[in-house]
Write a protein that binds this ligand. Structure first.
Ligand SMILES: O=c1ccn([C@@H]2O[C@H](COP(=O)(O)O)[C@@H](O)[C@H]2O)c(=O)[nH]1
Length: 286
């Protein structure tokens, strides 16, 4: 079995810095790159990004929806991205936000977290809004194969607050309850392995301002990686990263998609855009 995802991610961030480049082939970006909005354009886009940043950043995060919109041929391109990540030693976080009843979750776990599956990258984003316990098959598959999960907790979109900040009768917010469950799993893993970070991360948007504090979420206590989308096109930058994550900042993997991809299709320009975004994130999270 591969080393645990938390340890592999910590090593990748030490080597390359705290940036994940999102691969989001939006129709507008395909057009701006002079590519057709079909599976051939998608493949050219994804290959260009991987050639530009593969082996140079800690992780990439393909957005599954933007591959799925091209049907089975698009999903085949997502499989290519997973393979390219493996070939270049770049961690692949498949952003598919899966979540369902346990029996169906087991099938998602087979697709995205089992050795030998062409869609299985290094980690998967998952949704806990059918109950954290429904994620158990994914937790188990990730643990068994050295993969990781990023559980939605405080998302970067403003609409997320209406659910995530809601409190139960004892005053605990939904986000704090999710963070507490991740913390328990990471405590178990890190107690056994001695690793700094466990493999059950959270998605916490870089755009959320004081929401972690307001919702009673102690991000540092989670002892798991914190995937922070919202950098770049959604408006967050160095100041927001520093303010949102405070004492948890060493666990943060900042994620930017359109903010980097807008520099394409020139590979050198893409590479430089990723380097700039990484340097900014590193300075903010030091
Ligand atoms: O809370 C969340 C969770 C996931 N995302 C995803 O990240 C990227 C952001 O793209 P940008 O172009 O950098 O805005 C995208 O795939 C989202 O689905 C998020 O933004 N917020």
């Amino acid at each position: 079995m591969a080393a645990a995802f938390g340890a592999r991610l910590a090593e990748a961030m030490d080597a390359h810095g705290p940036l994940c480049v999102g691969i989001d082939p939006h129709p507008g970006l395909l057009a701006a790159w002079g590519l057709p909005d079909d599976a051939s354009g998608l493949a050219a886009f994804a290959r260009t990004v991987m050639e530009a940043v593969g082996g140079r950043v800690a992780a990439v995060k393909p957005q599954s929806a933007l591959f799925e919109r091209h049907g089975s041929a698009g999903v085949a391109v997502l499989e290519e991205v997973v393979a390219a990540g493996r070939a270049t030693g770049t961690l692949v976080i498949v952003d598919a936000k899966r979540g369902d009843i346990g029996s169906t979750m087991a099938a998602y776990a087979d697709a995205y977290l089992r050795d030998g599956s062409p869609l299985a990258g290094d980690a998967l984003t998952v949704s806990p809004f059918l109950g954290f316990g429904s994620l158990e098959p994914a937790v188990e598959a990730a643990r068994a194969t050295g993969r990781g999960l990023f559980v939605l907790a405080l998302t970067s979109n403003p609409e997320g607050a209406s659910v995530q900040h809601a409190r139960d009768a004892s005053g605990v917010s939904v986000a704090a309850a999710i963070a507490g469950q991740a913390r328990l799993l990471n405590e178990r893993e890190t107690a056994a392995s001695g690793a700094e970070l466990g493999s059950v991360g959270l998605v916490v948007g870089a755009t959320i301002g004081s929401a972690a504090h307001d919702a009673g979420v102690d991000l540092a206590a989670v002892r798991g990686p914190l995937l922070a989308p919202g950098v770049g096109a959604q408006g967050a930058g160095a100041a927001e990263l520093a303010a949102v994550f405070g004492p948890a900042r060493r666990a943060v993997l900042a994620s930017s998609s359109r903010g980097v991809l807008a520099a394409g299709p020139d590979r050198e320009a893409l590479r430089r855009a990723a380097e700039r975004a990484c340097a900014e994130a590193a300075a903010a999270l030091r």
